[in-house]
Design a protein around this ligand. Structure first.
Ligand code: ADP
Ligand code: ADP
Ligand code: ZN
Length: 229
């Protein structure tokens, strides 16, 4: 099962992708995480994109497509269960490049899942988002606290951090550009050959209820995959 997760910043893409990765053993690829990792390593790529990330703008298509091509080349052969793409594609050029990469590897997308959340909730979620600095597990000061205060549930570390781009103006800018991106991107899927594979879910619900909606969508996607075969 190959899945695209589309949703505004703070929709819960990472939270849900981690759950799907653990439950179904999918390979999760998050382009934001890949870029932040490069920035932390101070690699040449990281140095090139750091300021773009801080401003909440998009990294150029050719850079993103190169990154994805490298990652996809390893997925095809190693991951039988499929992948979850989170954060890519964000433009029509990226979507077309993805189609070409998948075609070349005789792979297809099985579910394009759009996580709908209202802007006000996004701002609230993002301003309370924090993560463990060791294992990068994501928490929320209002909605998803560590079980023991000050200690990471997953790795036991006691230091936490916030994303540099999770600040007022940058969040609003990312949100505005998401609406622009998605209005260009969704028609590509909703009117193209993938139109029956687009599923909207209500991502305003609690984390556990969103898990349940996703499981239901995956069942439906699996059924229609079988019907096509
Ligand atoms: P994204 O990857 O889409 O940017 P995250 O998974 O990092 O989003 O979630 C954004 C923030 O909102 C995190 O602090 C996370 O703990 C919290 N969160 C995720 N899903 C929900 C939900 N359904 N309800 C409330 N808070 C959520
Ligand atoms: P969000 O929390 O806004 O969903 P991500 O973690 O997916 O954000 O991405 C963080 C930042 O990384 C974006 O604001 C953008 O600068 C860059 N980025 C990630 N994926 C892409 C992409 N596919 N195209 C262009 N820029 C990207
Ligand atoms: Zn941790």
């Amino acid at each position: 099962m190959n899945i695209l997760l589309i949703g505004p910043p703070g929709a819960g893409k990472g939270t849900q992708a981690l759950y799907l990765e653990k439950t179904y053993d999918f390979q999760w690829l998050a382009t934001g995480d890949i870029l932040r990792n490069e920035v932390a390593k101070e690699s040449p790529l990281g140095k090139n994109v750091a300021a773009i990330l801080d401003r909440g703008e998009l990294v150029p298509d050719h850079t993103m497509i190169d990154i994805l091509r490298q990652r996809m080349a390893t997925i095809g052969s190693q991951h039988q269960k499929g992948f979850i793409l989170d954060g890519f594609p964000r433009t029509k050029a990226q979507a077309s490049a993805l189609e070409a990469m998948l075609d070349a590897q005789h792979m297809t997308l099985d579910a394009i899942i759009v996580m709908d959340v209202e802007d006000e909730d996004i701002i609230q979620r993002i301003s309370h988002r924090f993560h463990c600095t060791q294992c990068h597990y994501v928490y929320n000061a209002l909605f998803h606290k560590p079980r023991r205060e000050g200690r990471c549930d997953r790795c036991g570390a006691t230091t936490f951090g916030q994303r540099r781009d999770d600040k007022g103006d940058v969040v609003r800018h990312r949100l505005k550009s998401y609406h622009k991106e998605v209005s260009a991107l969704l028609p590509f899927y909703e009117h193209g050959k993938s139109k029956k594979k687009v599923f909207h879910i209500d991502a305003m619900q609690a984390i556990r209820d969103v898990h349940a909606q996703l499981e239901h969508v995956l069942l439906r996607a699996e059924e229609s995959k079988r019907c096509v075969k």
